[in-house]
Design a protein around this ligand. Structure first.
Ligand code: XIL
Length: 387
């Protein structure tokens, strides 16, 4: 099926061959309209149909959006998979030991089930969403680590059981790999108390709670060769000890000029080489590609200043965004191992990048703030469209 799509797409693209022999699409960067003249939205093919034989088309949502017709019209037409942007994270579900708030997550499951969509679970463990009760107690007492570990096992077990048969894949652990090349693991609270074993503990507990749900390690910057190699070291270590793991989630919070498609191809290949599945879990393409590193610290410093919608700079960014989206979806469609591609949001009306890493105009998705397909959408579905 993927081969057929690759052939179809190849008609509209120039195929280049890398040293490794893999075919990668190359696009002429010719000047374009930057979103000036776009086809009639009524002629837009539903993405869920367009990519039906390649991968699930996912979108991150929150229950409050189900009463917003701009959002629901895009979701209902294009998505075949949903993920909770926040509502299945531990700080929402994990009210206290043994006390859970499943309501918002259940709403998302019900919305998806009613429309024949699948649901990805995000996430069972994340350093940014780790309620204090997990770590309560005297950290110097001999039984402390075992107590924390048991709370983790109970949480993972109860949550995975609750969503068994409803969630088909879980990001069991999120962002556990270090960004620092001198160490493998993020120095999170989980790591400080339990060492690297918490990853194995969470994966084993998830498998014990649901024998068939797909288990993922999810992280950002897998397109960075260093981060990828640290991630693969951890994956190899887990697999050598028989720890259950089905796939890798690549967040893919990327921008209009980074990464090159070849870096993403390498990341997908590394996962394939281990016989695992690839999910693209949080794709968005920021219009800003020149932020200083300090823009991602607290407080953010040196971030690019907000673009004015309609400016020359904005139009050029929108054009580059379309080319970046096209290159990425072409790659995903070529890879049998990519079975799910989720964007982190539905349309530009609501995106976490409007406030992170700093407050500014950012339009990182395939649909504009009114839900209309952007240049990026047309670049993805029409190889002859010149952004
Ligand atoms: C983000 C949400 O989009 C925001 O609404 C929230 O305030 C913070 O979390 N990596 C992840 C996601 O794995 O869970 C994050 O989502 C974005 C970065």
């Amino acid at each position: 099926m993927k081969e057929e799509i690759t052939r179809r797409r190849a008609l509209g693209v120039l195929l280049a061959t890398t040293a490794a022999g893999a075919s990668l699409p190359v696009y002429a960067r010719k000047p374009g309209t930057g979103g000036g003249t776009l086809p009639d939205p009524a002629t837009a093919p539903p993405l869920r149909t367009y990519f039906e034989s390649e991968f699930e088309v996912g979108m991150a949502v929150s229950p409050y959006q189900f009463s917003d017709s701009v959002i629901t019209s895009v979701v209902n037409k294009h998505a075949s998979s949903l993920v909770a942007e926040n509502d299945m994270k531990p700080h929402v579900i994990g009210v206290g030991p043994g006390t859970y708030n499943f309501g918002p997550g259940d709403e998302i499951v019900a919305y998806a089930e009613a429309r024949g969509m699948v649901v990805r679970g995000h996430t069972l463990l994340w350093h940014s969403s780790a309620p204090e009760w997990f770590f309560a107690g005297d950290a110097t007492s001999p039984g402390y680590a075992a107590t924390v570990e048991n709370r983790l096992i109970t949480y993972v077990t109860d949550v995975v059981r609750h969503f068994a048969g409803k969630v088909h894949a879980w990001d069991v652990v999120n962002e556990v790999i270090s960004d620092d090349s001198t160490q493998l693991y993020r120095s999170s609270r989980w790591y400080q108390v339990l060492g690297p074993s918490y990853i194995e503990t969470a994966l084993r507990a998830a498998r014990a709670a649901d024998a068939t749900v797909q288990l993922f390690i999810n992280d950002y910057s897998t397109e960075d060769p260093g981060k990828l190699s640290r991630l693969m070291s951890v994956v190899d270590d887990l697999r050598s000890r028989g720890v259950p793991l089905d796939g890798i989630g690549h967040q893919m919070h990327i921008n209009i000029s980074w990464p090159p498609v070849s870096n993403v191809a390498s990341a997908l290949s590394a996962v394939e080489a281990r016989g695992l599945i690839n999910h693209i879990t949080e794709l968005d393409v920021s219009l800003y590609d020149r932020d200083a590193g300090s823009c991602h610290s607290n407080p953010p410093l040196g971030c690019q200043s907000s673009m004015r919608v309609g400016s020359v700079q904005y139009k050029e960014a929108i054009r580059q965004q379309a080319l970046q989206y096209r290159a990425m979806y072409n790659l995903f469609a070529q890879r049998e191992s990519v079975t799910s591609v989720t964007t982190w949001g539905v349309c530009d009306k609501s995106t976490w990048l409007a406030t992170w890493p700093t407050q500014r105009t950012n339009h990182p998705l395939l649909f504009d703030a009114s839900g209309k397909p952007k240049s990026a959408f047309w670049a993805v579905v029409d190889p002859n469209f010149g952004p």
